[in-house]
Design a protein around this ligand. Structure first.
Ligand SMILES: Nc1ncnc2c1ncn2[C@@H]1O[C@H](COP(=O)(O)OP(=O)(O)O)[C@@H](O)[C@H]1O
Ligand SMILES: [Mg+2]
Length: 449
């Protein structure tokens, strides 16, 4: 019994860390994302009434929005709907309202889409909550609220409030804000314990970041409980960056009669990446190899992946001592600090970013031409972590820029390298041992982009 308990608590702890990671990554993405992720993938549509014509819009004018709202949209610098918005917005704004489940990768404009829908449906003259949006964390709720505030800046009578822990409102208070954004637990309290909120009067219900949500203990049940108290004719919208089976099942459970739309993710490829390896005896050896390539190739920026924080720290100190401008991204930084480091790197203030495994998942820096695996990515079982390898060095086909990857490998890890090579053999080129005589041609190729 004791052992089982112990194993269970360990599993729980691992799970909690994993969750923090999901929500934090999502927030990190939001903090560093300044513009839309454009996609050329087609939107797949599953309509609840397949016989009804499918509308899509190329301009915001076609949506016949209130002029204050349209003004707010333009003032945010949005000129036209994103790919997912082209299809989602007409569905969301249709009369009678339609329910929607939508999936597209983060940064494609989902949040902006449902904020627009909420602002469009709200009646500013009425002073009670009409739209309810659930988010997985306090921080993500605040991010969404800021979008509401920006987009609704010209809608003078429309206001937003946050149902999040820490926002204490005395029992019996009459909430006048029309839009409520909150986390499931606090929203439940507001509905039932404190009776601040009459769920029966909600006309738009949004469940954002559903994939993060269902991974969070208790949120699934809480969301279902909230959803059940909503009126029949309440419009229900659900958004997710991914559509694993569990997410889709949850989505279909919580959203009755939905239209479903999805935008496929960009495929990563390794075909335009030159991959090399260096055989190294120890960490000093690796450092020497790194200096050799870095001394000779000065095009663009580099990311160096280390296994541990300690290694990352050591490496950045060595590099700094040798006169390189380096920034370090690692787990002890807060999400805001991480976002700031990534931003500086994106702005080119530092040419080299040293990072550990954990933090780099969300980064997408197009100008990076060199990726160095100071250690090959492995999972807890010390098996090669193919997914991570692909995400570190792969590029999406459309931004098919050339890239260069260096792997620092100890002799005993050569089999790891071989299995990575083998795994990607269909859409990759061989990982060659690096030869200094390759340098001029590599440098030339990088110059040409
Ligand atoms: N139609 C649009 N035109 C220009 N920028 C947009 C548009 N829609 C969203 N954005 C911007 O793109 C970024 C990502 O949008 P967001 O709605 O947060 O995406 P998601 O919720 O899918 O992650 C934000 O900075 C947002 O302001
Ligand atoms: Mg979003």
């Amino acid at each position: 019994g004791g052992i089982t308990k112990l194993v269970q608590s360990i599993q729980l702890i691992i799970r909690i860390y994993w969750l923090l990671d999901l929500a934090e990554n999502s927030l990190l993405n939001k903090l560093i994302r300044k513009s839309l992720v454009e996609s050329n993938h087609q939107v797949e549509v599953l309509q609840r009434d397949p016989s009804s014509p499918l509308f899509s819009v190329k301009t915001f004018e076609e949506l016949h929005l209130k002029k204050e709202l349209l003004q707010g949209i333009y003032e945010m610098g949005f000129n036209r709907p994103s790919k997912i918005q082209e299809t989602a917005l007409p569905m969301m704004l249709a009369d009678p309202p339609q329910n929607l489940i939508a999936q597209s990768q983060s940064g494609t404009g989902k949040t902006a889409a449902f904020v627009l829908a909420m602002l469009s449906r709200v009646n500013g003259a009425e002073k009670f909550p009409q739209c309810l949006c659930l988010a997985p964390t306090y921080e993500l709720a605040v991010q969404t609220g800021q979008v509401v505030e920006k987009m609704g800046k010209r809608c003078v009578n429309t206001r937003v409030t946050y149902a999040v822990r820490g926002n204490r409102i005395p029992r019996g208070t009459k909430i006048e804000e029309q839009i409520i954004i909150g986390t499931p637990g606090t929203v439940l309290d507001w509905c039932f314990k404190l009776r601040l909120l009459d769920a029966k009067k909600i006309s738009v219900f949004v469940l954002d970041e559903a994939d993060v949500m269902i991974d969070t203990q208790g949120f699934l049940d809480q969301s279902v409980r909230i959803q059940r108290t909503l009126p029949q004719d309440c419009q229900m919208l659900l958004f997710s960056a991914t559509f694993e089976d569990a997410v889709l099942r949850f989505a279909e459970q919580i959203i009755p009669d939905p239209n479903i739309i999805k935008l496929r993710r960009e495929e990563m490829t390794l075909t335009n990446i030159r991959q090399y390896y260096f055989l190294c005896e120890n960490i000093q050896d690796k450092y020497k190899a790194l200096c050799n390539i870095y001394g000779s190739i000065t095009v663009g920026q580099a990311i160096i992946f280390c296994q541990t924080r300690r290694n990352a720290k050591w490496l950045s100190q060595e590099l700094t001592r040798d006169g390189h401008k380096v920034s370090v991204l690692s787990g002890e930084l807060t999400v805001e600090q991480r976002a700031a480091v990534i931003q500086r790197f994106r702005d080119g203030k530092e040419k080299v970013l040293v990072t550990t495994n954990v933090c780099a998942r969300g980064i997408d820096v197009k100008q990076v031409t060199i990726v160095v695996n100071f250690k090959l990515p492995t999972n807890q079982l010390r098996c090669p972590d193919f997914e991570t390898y692909l995400h570190r060095i792969g590029r999406t086909g459309r931004f098919g820029k050339k890239g260069l990857a260096f792997n620092m490998v100890e002799r005993h890890n050569l089999p790891l390298l071989r299995s990575i090579e083998e795994h990607f053999s269909e859409y990759s080129i061989p990982i060659k041992p690096f030869d200094l005589s390759d340098l001029p041609s590599v440098a030339e190729e990088l110059r040409q982009g």
